[in-house]
Design a protein around this ligand. Structure first.
Ligand SMILES: Nc1ncnc2c1ncn2[C@@H]1O[C@H](COP(=O)(O)OP(=O)(O)O)[C@@H](O)[C@H]1O
Ligand SMILES: [Mg+2]
Length: 342
């Protein structure tokens, strides 16, 4: 390691559809914020980024728009993604006196070559010396400490905001991978739709997410609960409150959850027999914010008959994975997609 390496702390980034996390070598996770940008429409000027911008979702006046540029798991809006990424990188670089860092960025495995280039360009524009991309399920697997370089297979399920990814990893590669555009956001939308259809109650995205986090579940609870929620009546337009039960919210969530289960089944069917037997021995690990939904593990266990474990601190697995890669760059070089243009 040269002196230059020592002072130019490298950076790992989990560019997620819901949250972006940044890890700085030697310091740990220094930034953890929603992937949201608020811009003034007339001037295209950034008004707020991260948590401050998320507060504005559904509450902006006409002149301002709060945007989630990665919402559906792909980069829906290049320009805004670049703004988001460079804003976060600059925040970290400015405060930590980092000189041109090397950056490892995890990206959803479904993104296109064009999108990959956009991510790489934004990081370079923001001051990166070298940019390496890593596929999200690989970073998650490394983050939870799976021996990804071994011949035996591991299955990782990452349930994020815009996507769920099910990947089987062996010998430093992704053997098979299913990525669906259904995750936490779709669960929130299902709650909104359920309340509208059954109770004529309109609620916003953020309220739906709160309901999911507070009383949502994927499997019957030992103690079912209720929650009072506020929204607007669809018929008379007046704000009203309603008491809703955890069983009702579970019913509301059934569609997206069934879709995730179905994708897991499909992934298992596509897994080569030798690796399937490894998974039978070692089980499945679940990461991402969706892993925190009550009973998700129980439900997956019942549906697959496999051992299912929720990763420790599932929201940070991916960024911790990028950190481990930074600390062992040469060991992991074969799983990185080098971002320098030839
Ligand atoms: N306790 C919880 N229960 C259920 N869902 C949760 C919980 N905490 C976070 N989430 C959901 O997890 C998703 C974000 O997960 P994350 O892994 O950060 O996504 P991404 O990698 O796509 O940015 C959001 O949809 C959020 O609502
Ligand atoms: Mg993620």
């Amino acid at each position: 390691m040269s002196f230059f390496d020592f002072i130019s702390n490298d950076i790992g980034i989990d560019l997620g559809t819901a949250n972006t996390l940044v890890y700085v070598k030697g310091m740990g996770i220094v930034l953890n914020e929603p992937s949201v940008v608020a811009i003034e429409l007339s001037t295209k000027k950034v008004v707020a980024v991260g948590s401050q911008a998320k507060e504005m979702l559904g509450r902006t006046p006409d002149a301002i728009s709060a945007i989630r540029p990665l919402k559906d798991g792909v980069i829906a809006d290049f320009e805004i993604t670049e703004l988001l990424l460079s804003n976060f990188i600059r925040k970290v670089v400015r405060h930590r006196y980092l000189m041109k860092p090397r950056i490892v960025i995890s990206v959803p495995s479904g993104i296109t070559e064009v999108e990959r280039r956009a991510v790489r360009d934004s990081a370079e524009n923001a001051g990166a010396r070298e940019v390496y991309l890593i596929q999200e399920p690989m970073a998650a697997a490394i983050g939870v400490g799976l021996p990804v370089d071994q011949p035996s297979g591991s299955m990782v399920i990452d349930i994020g905001g815009g996507t769920s990814e099910i990947a089987v990893i062996a010998l430093s590669g992704i053997v098979n991978n299913i990525s669906i555009r259904i995750g936490g956001d779709e669960m929130d939308e299902s709650i909104m739709l359920y309340l509208k259809r059954n109770f004529n109650l309109l609620i916003g995205e953020r309220t739906a997410e709160q309901i999911k986090i507070k009383i949502g579940s994927a499997y019957p609870l030992n103690e079912e609960t209720t929650l009072e929620i506020k929204g607007r009546d669809l018929v008379d337009g007046i704000p009203k409150t309603l008491r809703i039960s955890s069983a009702q919210i579970r019913e509301a969530l059934s569609e997206p959850i069934n879709a995730i289960i179905e994708a897991v089944r499909q992934a298992l069917e596509q897994t080569p027999p030798e690796l399937a037997s490894d998974i039978l021995d070692r089980g499945i690990i679940v990461t991402g914010g969706g892993a925190l939904l009550r009973g998700m593990d129980k439900r997956l266990r019942e549906e697959t008959n496999l051992a299912v474990n929720v990763a420790e601190d599932p929201l940070t697995c991916v960024v911790r994975g990028t950190g481990i890669v930074l600390d062992n760059m040469s060991f992991y070089s074969n799983i990185l997609v080098k971002g320098k243009r030839e």
